[in-house]
Design a protein around this ligand. Structure first.
Ligand code: SF4
Ligand SMILES: [Zn+2]
Ligand SMILES: [Zn+2]
Length: 465
């Protein structure tokens, strides 16, 4: 499961063995690839390839290098081609002040035309930016009130530039150079890009990864960049492949958009842990809760209406479909909501997991379970749950209310502290966690954990519960 979001198989480099190159891509698990035009002829060729191969999609445009030499007729042709079937993006376009094969004025004029065309057709743009960041971002900002979307391809800029691109809603795509031994700075930039906005590309025939460096690149070599991203994000290669595939599907609207007709995942894997999604309900409404933005977590669809919530038996079936539970580092009741809304399911499923020999069973909770269930619940979890992560989120009730808008109001913060205290008496491992949002007094939160004698952890933004 992989998408190569930027290839030029339309270049003469592949004249002799294109069929083999495409077979190798399929054999290496490339689900889709986006063939990118750089002028009228290559854009046409991209569309031809997309028509020939179901898994190829096309992007049409004129590269900034050709801005001066291209004619009005060329542009009119691009506009017509852009309406073609399986054309999913406009580009590559952008600015390249490194070679200056075209004047800056011509490049900017053409870039603007691409942007307007992308907006008109509601397609994403594929942006090439080399040594032109200020002008490139400046031009894009002029359209910031419009629903412009797209990707910066073969990103080589700074962290600050990446941040600006992300704040404008763009995806960031990296190519083979992340694997080069000296690309330390680039790898640091990668780490600053949320995995939810990451795309992979080969930019074939250019920029082959380290193990093939100097050779002609091809989509099959996308495999060689995966381990680097897995290492940088602390995820598995499988996670990176799934998440970036999902990102590409959504941006380019390919493969069912990564959006429609998905069944909610009840049991899903991230790294080597198995997560259980049993409810989307929650008595809180935290300002940072990713549920508000999207029903997806790391490429898994977790949307669950209350009437779709799985029964204990359905959860157990979903677990069984994920293979032997003993193979997982831990099984986590997490989901896109508050698991203790379904205490009975937790108890029945945890008992089943125990019997099946799960190594570790964890509960991620907002600590409101006593209020939700109208009774203290930690004793009922004894012997079933090994570890509980409670979202503390703030050091006092007023801040908690401001950040989490709890249904239980003033009682919410003290209830979670009480739950942590009682859980410590019954469960082997209790940890308070916070999401590091601006203005949070992390030290005061840590102090609360110390006084209770429980662990303390600063959580990832989209680690729910
Ligand atoms: S407690 Fe967790 S699931 Fe509930 S709103 Fe807050 S972050 Fe979202
Ligand atoms: Zn480029
Ligand atoms: Zn390119």
């Amino acid at each position: 499961m992989l998408v190569d979001t930027h290839t030029h198989l339309n270049f003469p480099d592949y004249d002799k063995d294109l069929t083999q190159v495409i077979s190798r891509a399929t054999a290496e698990g490339i689900d889709y690839l986006i063939e990118v035009g750089t002028d009228v002829a290559s854009s046409k060729r991209s569309i031809e390839l997309a028509q020939e191969y179901p898994f190829i999609y096309a992007s049409v445009g004129i590269h900034p290098h050709d801005a001066t030499s291209s004619t009005e007729k060329d542009w009119q042709e691009i506009k017509t081609l852009a309406q073609g079937q399986k054309v999913v993006a406009i580009g590559e376009t952008g600015l390249d002040y490194h070679y200056n094969y075209s004047t800056k004025e011509d490049q900017q004029r053409l870039f603007e035309r691409h942007i307007k065309l992308a907006l008109e057709l509601e397609l994403p743009i594929i942006i090439h930016n080399r040594e032109a960041t200020e002008d490139c971002l400046g031009m894009l900002k002029r359209f910031s009130d419009r629903p412009l979307k797209g990707a910066f391809h073969c990103f080589s800029g700074s962290k600050e530039t990446a941040e600006e691109c992300l704040s404008m809603g763009f995806y960031i795509s990296f190519a083979g150079p992340v694997t080069f031994p000296k690309s330390h700075r680039l790898r640091e930039v990668v780490k600053s890009v949320p995995v939810e906005r990451l795309l992979l590309e080969t930019d074939s025939p250019f920029l082959a990864p380290q193990s093939r460096r100097g050779k002609r690149n091809e989509p099959a070599y996308l495999r060689y960049v995966l381990p680097v991203f897995a290492q940088l994000y602390g995820l598995s290669e499988e996670d990176i492949a799934r998440i970036t595939t999902f990102n590409a599907m959504r941006l380019f609207g390919i493969g069912g958009n990564g959006n429609d007709n998905q069944n909610s995942r009840v049991a899903y894997k991230i790294r080597n842990s198995l997560y259980l999604n049993i409810t989307n309900r929650c008595p809180n409404s935290c300002s940072f809760c990713p549920r508000e933005e999207s029903p997806y977590v790391k490429g898994h669809y977790l949307g669950l209406d209350p009437d779709e919530e799985p029964s204990s038996q359905e959860v157990i079936k979903a677990i069984e479909e994920m293979g032997d539970v003993k193979a997982y580092k831990e099984v986590v009741f997490c989901g896109y909501g508050e698991p203790t809304e379904r205490l009975d399911v937790i108890k029945t499923v945890a008992k089943h997991l125990r019997e099946k020999g799960a190594k570790k069973i964890r509960l991620n909770t907002n600590g409101q379970g006593d209020l939700i269930n109208g009774r203290p619940i930690s004793r009922e979890l004894g012997g079933l749950i090994d570890s509980v992560y409670i979202s503390l989120n703030s050091a006092n009730s007023e801040e908690y209310k401001a950040l989490c808008s709890p249904k239980y109001g003033d009682r919410a913060h003290s209830a979670l502290i009480d739950f942590a205290r009682t859980a410590k008496e019954t469960l082997p491992d209790v940890t308070l966690s916070v999401v590091n949002v601006p203005g949070l007094d992390v030290r005061a939160c840590e102090q609360i954990a110390r006084e209770l004698g429980v662990g303390f952890k600063i959580r990832e933004y989209n680690d729910l519960g």
